[in-house]
Design a protein around this ligand. Structure first.
Ligand code: HEC
Ligand code: HEC
Ligand code: HEC
Ligand code: HEC
Length: 475
């Protein structure tokens, strides 16, 4: 059929329509390209835009390139979140649990011991703790607090860094834990910046540079969240040299074997005369024995989960208790409701807490029983084996007590160790009682009142001063 002449569009109109369509298609294409480019830019703006110095340690400078991660990081300043056993607030352990005043009598932790806060506070908290008020203190205590540490180590040398006085480096160490602790400044890949972890791997005949990406998502945390001690070896020029006791392995028993072989102790307990090893938060080691490590879940999966922001996946840099972010931390893998997950965590933790407190109770009495044996005239030789058992019992207790997460990271291992600690402490009590009978004291020792922190301080103080309360008569 032929279209009548007057309804037909003029030829020029067809050309215009085709032209307009071409322009629209072109613009849409440009728009799509621009969206993609923007996404890309938002994800990796830094590489192209703002090169960062190799030893840049100011978190805010990285923040200009990666604002989302920086904003998350800044939230580690929040310190009023309290969960049943954790959270980011400076819980006073000694006030809540005066037994610890006795277990750490004569040692810094018996005077002040607070729960950790977020990474943002690391510098402030280490500077303010009473434990470091002495005029000369090992600079080693800075190691886990700041990205300025690897910078200074590169500048001064590692041995020289550890060997310095804490207070002499205070002007140089100013940025709290941050980007340069975990990232390569150029590629932002995860890196190991702390020599102690690298050396501990090497001592086991392993090479940390061969770690997988998923392993690195835990190993960056293991730079600090591990058990350690200060090695003094003048022959090698090592003074207060931060060392992980991992040569034989990372289980509590392997560490005890290591420390015993080396004859190491942090202090002599003033009540029982026992050489004590203070354990320091073996978070990575305990975690490694649990179901999540077994199933290849990493610290970052729960503590730095992915979050969607502006249509992108970023790692939440607000490192904190997963109980405060259950939906992102747990519910991505476990299809349980938030309430179910919270109940599960808290019930696991409560079981662990009870087991730990049972061990603690036996340990405190064990120190007093051995103290009573000392007062009854028992000799160092008679007490030697008993003290060794007490040393092991206390390290086992401390290995779990100083561990963060109240057992959640590995409930079976936590309960196993708590049980061993308690049974060894009870063995000490039995042997000390026998010794007391041999010395002519058939009665149970008189246990002083340590029901509050202040009362416990007073009791501990008498032993520190060499004038301990009489445990045989209570006078
Ligand atoms: C499967 C999840 C999960 C993994 C993986 C995990 N954690 Fe945890 N973590 C938790 C939970 C749950 C708690 C208990 C939080 C609480 O009590 O508020 C916790 C507590 C902590 C705490 C104390 C936080 C607080 O607020 O009391 C630290 C520190 C910690 N974890 C470090 C680590 C490190 C280091 C690793 C890796 C070696 C790790 N976590 C792996 C779930 C996890
Ligand atoms: C450079 C050392 C260092 C590294 C690396 C590090 N931490 Fe920490 N972390 C600390 C210190 C120190 C504290 C305590 C800070 C304070 O109390 O001032 C802490 C505190 C914490 C807390 C308690 C904060 C809260 O809100 O309860 C959690 C959880 C935690 N770290 C998890 C991790 C995880 C997970 C990683 C790895 C992704 C990690 N940390 C890497 C040193 C480090
Ligand atoms: C305690 C260690 C730690 C600190 C401190 C830290 N990060 Fe990360 N960061 C991680 C981990 C773990 C990942 C996940 C990496 C992966 O799986 O590839 C990550 C990922 C990233 C990524 C990749 C994109 C993403 O979000 O997953 C960027 C960018 C980044 N971090 C920037 C920063 C900046 C900026 C800072 C300082 C404000 C910082 N990070 C501090 C551990 C850390
Ligand atoms: C990346 C995945 C992943 C994340 C994140 C994760 N889990 Fe798991 N979880 C697992 C796997 C895998 C197992 C092993 C059991 C299985 O295969 O189903 C497991 C096991 C468990 C178990 C059983 C342990 C036992 O032996 O009875 C509990 C409880 C648990 N997870 C709680 C949590 C909580 C609470 C969180 C958050 C703080 C969490 N999980 C985060 C993967 C994950």
């Amino acid at each position: 059929m032929k279209i009548p002449e007057k309804t037909r569009l003029p030829r020029w109109a067809g050309v215009v329509i085709v032209g307009l369509l071409a322009v629209v298609v072109f613009l849409l294409g440009m728009f799509a390209v621009s969206i993609m480019e923007h996404r890309w830019e938002a994800q990796r703006p830094a590489i192209a835009l703002r090169p960062v110095d190799e030893w840049e340690t100011d978190n805010a400078v990285y923040g200009e390139n990666y604002p989302r991660e920086y904003d998350g990081y800044l939230k580690t300043e929040i310190d009023d979140t309290e969960t049943m056993y954790g959270g980011a607030f400076p819980r006073d352990y000694l006030e809540e649990d005066p037994y610890q005043v006795i277990l750490f009598a004569g040692y810094g932790f018996g005077e002040e011991y607070r729960q950790g806060r977020g990474h943002f506070h690391a510098i402030e908290d280490v500077t303010e703790t009473k434990r470091i008020k002495k005029p000369v203190y090992a600079a080693t205590c800075w190691t886990c607090k700041s990205p300025d540490v690897p910078r200074l180590m590169a500048q001064m040398g590692t041995k020289e860094f550890y060997g310095s006085n804490f207070h002499d480096l205070a002007d140089e160490i100013v940025n709290p834990i941050g980007c340069r602790d975990c990232h390569d400044p150029e590629s932002m890949k995860l890196v190991i910046t702390r020599p102690a972890l690298r050396e501990a791997y090497a001592a086991q005949g392993r090479d940390i540079d061969e770690a997988t990406h998923q392993e690195m998502r835990s190993l960056v945390c293991a730079q600090c969240h591990v058990e350690y001690y200060f090695l003094n070896d003048p022959a090698e020029g090592k003074k207060d040299y931060l060392t992980l006791p991992w040569v034989q392995g990372t289980s509590v028993d392997e560490m005890i074997a290591y420390y015993d072989g080396y004859g190491f102790s942090d202090y002599i307990h003033p009540i029982s005369g026992t050489p004590i090893i203070k354990s320091q938060h073996p978070d990575y080691e305990v975690f490694s024995t649990g179901i999540h490590a077994y199933r290849n879940v990493a610290c970052a999966d729960c503590h730095m989960p992915y979050v969607a922001e502006g249509g992108m996946k970023v790692s939440d840099h607000h490192v904190q208790s997963p109980l405060l972010n259950i939906s992102n931390s747990c519910a991505v893998c476990h299809r349980w409701t938030e309430d179910e997950i919270r109940d599960r965590i808290e019930s696991i933790q409560s079981m662990c807490y009870d087991a730990r407190m049972a061990a603690e109770d036996a340990l405190v009495k064990a120190h007093f029983d051995v103290g009573a044996a000392v007062q009854s005239g028992a000799s160092a030789q008679e007490l030697s084996a008993i003290r060794t058992t007490l040393r092991h019992a206390q390290f086992k207790w401390d290995y779990i007590a100083s561990n963060n997460g109240m057992g959640f990271h590995s409930p079976q291992e936590y309960l196993r160790i708590a049980g061993e600690s308690r049974s060894q402490a009870l063995e000490v009590r039995l042997l000390a009682a026998r010794l007391l009978v041999e010395k002519g004291y058939a009665d149970t020792p008189v246990y002083p009142d340590i029901s509050t922190r202040e009362k416990a301080w007073k009791v501990a103080g008498t032993f520190v001063d060499g004038n301990g309360v009489n445990l045989l008569s209570g006078q």
